[in-house]
Design a protein around this ligand. Structure first.
Ligand code: HEC
Ligand code: HEC
Ligand code: HEC
Ligand code: HEC
Length: 459
């Protein structure tokens, strides 16, 4: 009798552990050491999951490149507002590629109503696609801190689909909020957004649309005013679960778990991720949210908000989207405006240059230096080379319109870009003094071109 009870409970225990393990991945798995020995900074890869991912991240076929040049599309066609700097050949190839990347089943008529002139903006998809063209160029020029030269094309997010596989919406109001249990803050409602952990299941709104503080760890040994709560921490963890899952990595891809807060112990990828968070915020705030009036009702979320991007929109389970492959090399037209062709492009044009001071102007929302900016700095560089004791101060400014926190970051990035240009011209970094201006904001209201500048002075 005892024996049967015993073996039955053993059976149950065995069954229980089999059920528990069913949630785990079957060995063998590969591990890759990424930090010092003993820090536990390892990546665990399941070779079968990786193998299944590879075809999904393969490069699609591409049409052959056509030479740039010829009359610009803006003069040949009637209603080209964003990519008017392209020659007609390049423009037409881009239309063919966009069709393959976003609407292979529908063809040109997904954005151009059949029977109508191509210049008409009748379909919402064309209006969205125009903004997407601007967004793609913006990512590739202004967010090199994240996307480097790999960059993105429409394919990175869309992969041949009208709608990218990964978008997010604000969740519907919590129906429990009025009851006795109070607002659950999205917890105990397992959702794929946080890898089915019992964490707040909307880690996106607070961090990827709004600029809320992600860091929660106190910076002093004793509590001295760190007001971050357990709930805040759970939101941070929710976001971290999303980031890890989107990239197909463990926490230790970015952190040394001895201290999640410490940057010194973190990997360089954590810094890339930091910029990634700011980039996604920027894309949602500046590009997707403003499309609210353009999308039809069937594309909106349960609370009427527009579809938005997160890390998975581009990464789709890979540590770099498409494991680092990119179509940008064969689509340089998406890497930025051809400054030479577009008249009136003010991207970091030197406004005033002399041997002891200079002012460089920048395009709206851009910290990018024009290719010819170095030329504009020549007199100043010559003066610095002639007097090795001299130093140069560099101060970044921004215009008054837009989000202040983002603008301040922009002003800083502009100053960094100029410092890097000086370094490239052979001026040692310790001679370049980055000087935060008293007020980086122009006194003038709105989008004054003179406000978006970097000032240099030889001292
Ligand atoms: C995903 C949406 C999309 C698809 C698919 C698409 N286009 Fe376009 N097309 C646009 C957008 C957006 C513009 C305007 C670009 C701008 O303003 O810079 C445009 C503009 C044009 C124009 C210029 C019309 C004018 O006079 O202003 C032509 C011609 C054109 N497309 C041809 C095509 C052809 C041919 C195809 C199919 C091979 C195609 N497009 C597929 C979005 C699309
Ligand atoms: C960073 C990711 C990203 C990139 C890059 C991107 N898109 Fe999108 N696209 C989105 C998101 C997110 C949506 C909103 C999804 C939805 O409509 O539900 C969207 C929607 C669209 C739509 C509307 C589709 C529909 O049926 O509602 C079109 C058209 C489109 N994109 C075209 C383009 C084109 C053309 C490019 C390249 C020039 C491009 N996209 C690049 C993320 C991206
Ligand atoms: C792709 C890189 C990346 C991965 C993977 C990642 N993190 Fe993070 N983590 C960051 C970045 C970047 C920040 C800082 C965000 C900021 O300051 O805006 C951060 C911040 C944090 C913080 C707050 C630290 C503080 O100063 O208060 C905690 C806690 C944390 N991560 C935990 C985790 C956990 C747990 C995981 C795994 C589930 C994880 N992270 C995975 C990049 C990553
Ligand atoms: C617009 C598309 C896009 C979005 C959205 C995006 N990334 Fe990336 N990310 C890229 C590209 C492209 C690269 C490759 C850059 C390179 O080659 O160095 C990259 C690289 C990275 C890397 C470096 C990987 C490595 O091994 O060097 C990390 C970490 C990363 N992304 C984290 C994130 C996080 C976290 C988010 C969300 C907050 C995010 N990304 C959102 C496009 C994107």
């Amino acid at each position: 009798m005892m024996h049967t009870v015993h073996s039955r409970s053993a059976c149950l225990a065995l069954l229980g552990s089999v059920l528990l393990l069913a949630g785990c991945e079957r060995p063998p798995v590969d591990t890759v050491q990424r930090g010092y020995r003993g820090t536990g900074m390892e990546q665990v890869y399941n070779p079968r999951i990786v193998a299944a991912q590879i075809p999904a991240n393969a490069m699609p076929a591409d049409t052959p490149m056509v030479p740039a040049g010829g009359p610009p599309a803006s003069t040949v066609f009637k209603n080209v507002k964003v990519v008017g700097d392209l020659g007609v050949g390049e423009f037409t190839r881009l239309m063919v590629s966009m069709t393959a990347w976003v609407a292979p089943d529908q063809g040109c008529s997904y954005c151009h109503k059949a029977g109508e002139d191509f210049s008409a903006d009748t379909l919402y998809t064309k209006v969205v696609a125009r903004r997407m063209l601007e967004m793609t160029r913006h990512i590739n020029t202004d967010w090199k801190t994240h996307v480097a030269d790999t960059g993105v094309t429409c394919y990175t997010c869309h992969r041949g689909q009208n709608v990218p596989a990964n978008v997010w919406f604000a969740p519907p109001a919590d129906t429990h909020a009025a009851g006795m249990v109070g607002n659950r803050a999205g917890q105990n409602a397992p959702a794929p957004s946080v890898a089915y952990a019992s964490l707040p299941n909307d880690p996106f709104g607070a961090y990827l649309d709004q600029p809320n503080e992600i860091r929660v760890v106190g910076t002093t040994a004793l509590p001295t005013g760190n007001r971050q709560s357990t709930k805040q921490t759970e939101f941070t963890y929710g976001l971290m679960m999303h980031m890890s899952q989107s990239l197909g990595v463990n926490c230790t891809y970015c952190h040394n778990t001895r201290s999640f807060a410490s940057w010194d112990a973190s990997t360089p990828q954590r810094a890339t991720a930091w910029y990634g968070i700011r980039m996604v915020r920027d894309l949602n705030l500046q590009y997707l949210d403003p499309l609210a009036g353009v999308f039809p009702a069937n594309r909106l979320g349960p609370t009427g908000d527009v579809p938005k991007a997160n890390c998975a929109t581009c990464h789709q389970g890979a540590f770099k989207p498409m494991y680092g492959a990119s179509l940008l090399k064969t689509h340089p037209e998406l890497a930025g405006v051809r400054a030479a062709v577009v008249p009136g492009d003010a991207a970091s044009a030197p406004a005033a240059v002399s041997s002891n001071s200079a002012v460089l102007l920048f395009a709206v929302g851009s910290p990018a230096l024009a290719a010819d900016a170095a030329k504009g700095l020549e007199p100043l560089v010559a003066a610095l080379k002639a007097d090795p004791a001299a130093k140069v101060t560099v101060s970044g400014y921004h215009s008054a319109s837009g989000d202040l926190a983002q603008n301040q970051e922009l002003a800083k990035q502009r100053a960094f870009a100029v410092r890097d240009a000086l370094k490239a011209a052979g001026i040692a970094e310790d001679r370049v003094v980055l000087q935060k201006p008293q007020s980086a904001e122009a006194n003038l209201a709105g989008e004054d071109p003179k406000a978006r500048r970097v000032e240099l002075a030889v001292k």
